[in-house]
Design a protein around this ligand. Structure first.
Ligand code: ATP
Length: 236
């Protein structure tokens, strides 16, 4: 499988405090991969370093064969990495439609790009609420908007940081279904979340991060079969 994202020896620090100690990971075209680990282990920091929100202190990040470490977040976004950040961060005082349009671009030069009608078809709830302000939406609708907004940039790789945080189980299932559909259509996805039981079902491979290092990696079959790993690393 050709590598879309290749991270090698990634280190990151917040001032004097080192948070990542040489992360290695890769994502192939069309894969769904997860980053797992308890709170504070370095998952968000890894993502922030990949997308250029935090400069890498050491290591390399290649995307579609080109070095992207050292580029700013805007350039990395334009290269085709779309982040749905922790906390969603949609514009509360813009309408659903305005939130979506504000981000539109065809970064991957897709033959059939994501457009407003296509996002509305994919998320009918957003179509119904297109004139509502961001802050009038439920948590689940906000999450759909955060995903829809990134799809409007037509990324090659979608990264979601705790997308199901605070959502009711039914809404969470809806988000998982969306990700499965997007991945089945060929979009590569990196998911940070804690629902390992679901993730071994919908994702292909997994990385477990422990104190700023990848301590375990493997397939869904391997992780699914070894619940001692869940207990040791994830406290489940
Ligand atoms: P969570 O699920 O809680 O977000 P995480 O695995 O994503 O956990 P990170 O947020 O990447 O963990 O944090 C990794 C380490 O970096 C932690 O020790 C955390 O305290 C530290 N850290 C994170 N953000 C900052 C910051 N802005 N300034 C200083 N230290 C930080």
């Amino acid at each position: 499988m050709s590598a879309l994202l290749e991270v090698e020896g990634l280190e990151a620090r917040y001032g004097a405090s080192q948070a990542l100690f040489g992360i290695n990971l890769n994502i192939g075209a069309g894969e769904m991969v997860t980053l797992l680990g308890r709170n504070g282990m370095g998952k968000t920091t890894t993502v922030k370093s990949i997308v250029g929100l935090l400069p890498a202190a050491a290591g390399t990040v290649r995307f579609r064969g080109e070095r992207i470490d050292g580029l700013n977040a805007d350039r990395i976004g334009r290269a085709g990495i779309g982040l749905v950040p922790e906390g969603r961060q949609i514009f509360p005082n813009l309408t659903v439609r305005e939130n979506l349009v504000a981000w539109a671009s065809n970064r991957s030069m897709a033959a059939e790009p994501w457009t407003l009608p296509r996002v509305f078809e994919f998320f009918p709830r957003l179509a119904e609420r297109q004139q509502h302000m961001g802050n009038q939406l439920s948590g689940g609708e906000q999450q759909m908007l955060a995903i829809g907004r990134v799809l409007m940039t037509n990324p090659h790789l979608l990264i979601l940081d705790e997308a199901t945080e605070g959502l009711a189980p039914l809404v969470r299932s809806e988000i998982w279904r969306c990700l499965t559909t997007l991945n089945a259509a060929g979009l590569a996805i990196l998911v940070i979340d804690k629902y390992v039981r679901t993730l071994v079902r919908i994702a292909h491979r997994h990385y477990i991060i422990e104190r700023g290092r990848v301590d375990w990696q493997g397939s869904s079959a391997e992780l699914g079969a070894d619940q001692a790993l869940w207990h040791r690393y994830l406290g489940v």
